[in-house]
Ligand binder design. Structure first.
Ligand code: GLN
Length: 264
């Protein structure tokens, strides 16, 4: 078996270390004998490149780079991307990426950036003098059926941990939140929601990077991509995640959340 991991604009949208999500997916495939190639989806790519990928990763960026990306992610590329997500291709999109995959992003300076409208959400930056949303974030994943499928992998309520750093505040329309905030700001520091979930696409403000800190989400992406590609349910062999679990335990204790997680 093999998977192709599409990486959205690696040179422009890797400001906050989300390349770690790409590395984590590729490594967790290779540890299981699944070939995993990385396919850049960037300004040099043809729109047809989107047809090749089985799972898509998008990272975070500064407003300026987001504006550059959206000048390129138009036309055939935008249509191909929408078609993939609407067709059930899984993905994880962090911070600046989902801001561009929503209806629009109003950056701190400059014009509104129209998004792809994949997620029914909008993002507004309150200006360069407004405090940024920075810090550790803990959330209970509640989006269905993702939460149930993660619970089956993890064996308990899926609690994700990450690190957020954003100025934009995101407001959801007719789209499921990814989960409810336990610690941190989440989408906007007001409504208690974090991220969004549509099809098999995860939108989140959780850098960290997200997947090494929450390997059960990485495995959900891999098994969903394999199921979608090969049209059959594929169960993944268990990996030794003891180091990740120790790191989670340390962080949950540091954040006074140790009571939330049973398999520590
Ligand atoms: N530039 C966007 C903001 O400040 C996204 C930041 C990010 O991707 N971490 O909200």
């Amino acid at each position: 078996m093999e998977l192709k991991i599409g990486w959205l604009y690696p040179k422009l949208m890797s400001t906050y270390g989300d390349r770690g999500n790409v590395i984590c997916l590729q490594q967790r495939c290779q540890w299981r004998g699944i070939d995993a190639a990385i396919v850049p989806l960037d300004r040099q790519s043809e729109a047809s490149q989107f047809d090749l990928v089985d799972v898509i990763v998008g990272g975070g960026a500064q407003d300026r780079q987001q504006e550059i990306v959206m000048r390129d992610l138009q036309g055939a590329k935008a249509e191909k991307f929408r078609g993939k997500i609407d067709g059930g291709t899984p993905g994880v999109f962090t911070c600046g990426s989902p801001q561009l995959l929503g209806k629009y992003y109003e950056p701190a300076l400059g014009q509104r950036i129209d998004g792809l409208g994949v997620f029914d959400l909008v993002t507004k930056h309150p200006g360069i003098d407004a405090p940024r949303c920075i810090g550790n974030v803990v959330l209970e994943i509640t989006a269905s059926p993702l939460a149930e499928e993660l619970r089956a992998i993890l064996g308990e309520t899926p609690i994700a941990i990450g690190f957020e750093n954003h100025g934009g505040r995101t407001y959801l329309g007719n789209v499921a939140p990814l989960g409810k905030v336990i610690k941190g700001y989440g989408n906007n520091g007001e409504d208690g929601w974090e991220g969004a979930f549509y099809g098999n696409a995860i939108a989140t403000y959780s850098h960290g990077p997200l997947l090494p800190k929450n390997p059960f989400i990485a495995d959900w992406l891999i098994q969903t991509a394999l199921r979608h590609k090969y049209q059959e349910a594929i169960s993944l062999s268990k990996l030794d995640d003891s180091l990740a679990l120790q790191a989670r335990k340390a962080m949950f204790e540091r954040l006074d959340c140790a009571n939330l997680v049973n398999t520590l």
